[in-house]
Design a protein around this ligand. Structure first.
Ligand SMILES: NCc1[nH]cc(CCC(=O)O)c1CC(=O)O
Length: 314
């Protein structure tokens, strides 16, 4: 006899933004294709409500994830769907990251209503809410003025439309998923705008107590092994740096055959100091490699950058 736990629908916790819903429906489609039934549980997070403060000031740890995690704990959902980039580097003891879905392209783009817009030409005001993008802009485009740009993608694009900025910087992944490709004025190169750890992938989280057979079925339907290996390396880097999204770190792993390459670093808030390290290892060493690269970055001067950022914030 089958138990209720294996036949009842998978309840998917998601934020209510259009991108979050797209991601949750992407998960739902994959589960249905594997013969599972699904239900959506839409939850508002602190990150959706507090829009007048930059993320580093809210204390970004878990602002987009905490309420979803609470629903996993209190049994109102079975899995939570997050942008992998928004998931804190250390997740609570009672929860686990079950799967990472196949990654979209990882780079950043410039969005503007002027199709000929080129970063760095003339006086420009660029909207971004990311300390990483702001610091990189300061380094490579010192004449650009950056302005805070929070909110979901639609809100940010509305602010651009209202004339608050000449352009905004976004992850290509979200832009493509919302079908805003026609507003892309420029694709930014990966060697200067190295993405944040996890960018472009969708993470699936569950309670450790979820029945094993459910976990296995979910993993089989949702997990993309190459993406998962890359994310293990990037997230180990982030964890070792004690990063969080308020610190301008970046990390990008790529897999070729069984070999992982990880490029990662940190940049000072004024853009003046940048540490970038690269290493290669067997894919089985993903987490060890992320940790080692973090130690290398820290010993090459990353520790001083981290200290000065922490001092500036406190
Ligand atoms: N909290 C910001 C966030 N989290 C995930 C994405 C985009 C899609 C992704 O990287 O998965 C974004 C917006 C952005 O950086 O443009």
């Amino acid at each position: 006899m089958e138990t209720a736990s294996t036949t009842s629908p998978i309840r998917i916790a998601t934020r209510g933004s259009r991108l979050a819903l797209w991601q949750a429906h992407h998960v739902a489609d994959a589960l249905r294709a594997n013969g599972m039934e699904v239900e959506m549980v839409i939850i508002t997070t602190k990150g959706d409500l507090v829009l007048d403060k930059s993320l580093d000031k809210i204390g970004a740890k878990g602002v987009f994830t905490e309420e979803l995690e609470e629903s996993l704990r209190n049994g109102t959902s079975d899995i939570a769907v997050h942008s992998a980039k928004d998931v804190q580097s250390t997740i609570p003891e009672d929860l686990e990251l079950l799967a990472f879905m196949e990654r979209e392209k990882v780079h950043d783009v410039v969005i503007s209503f002027d199709p000929l817009f080129k970063l760095g030409e003339g006086q420009q005001v660029i909207g971004t809410s990311s300390t990483r993008r702001r610091s990189i802009l300061k380094r490579f485009y010192p004449n650009v003025i950056t302005a805070e740009c929070r909110g979901n993608l639609q809100t940010r694009i509305q602010k651009l439309k209202d004339g608050q900025y000449d352009a905004i910087l976004l992850a290509y992944a979200g832009v493509a998923r919302m079908q805003y490709d026609h507003m892309i004025a420029q694709h930014l190169p990966l060697d200067t705008f190295i993405p944040a750890a996890g960018q472009g992938s969708i993470a699936i989280e569950c309670a450790k107590t979820l029945p094993l057979e459910r976990k296995l079925a979910l993993k089989l339907a949702l997990d993309h092994k190459p993406t998962h290996l890359c994310l293990l390396a990037e997230r180990a880097y982030l964890r070792t740096m004690e990063g969080g999204c308020s610190i301008p770190t970046f990390a990008l792993a790529t897999l070729a055959g069984e070999e992982l390459t990880l490029k990662a670093g940190i940049i000072s808030l004024d853009g003046k100091h940048l540490i970038l390290e690269e290493t290669t290892a067997a894919s089985g060493q993903a987490e060890a490699m992320g940790e080692q690269l973090a130690h290398a970055v820290l010993s090459q001067g990353g520790d001083r950058i981290l200290q000065s950022i922490k001092a500036e914030k406190s």
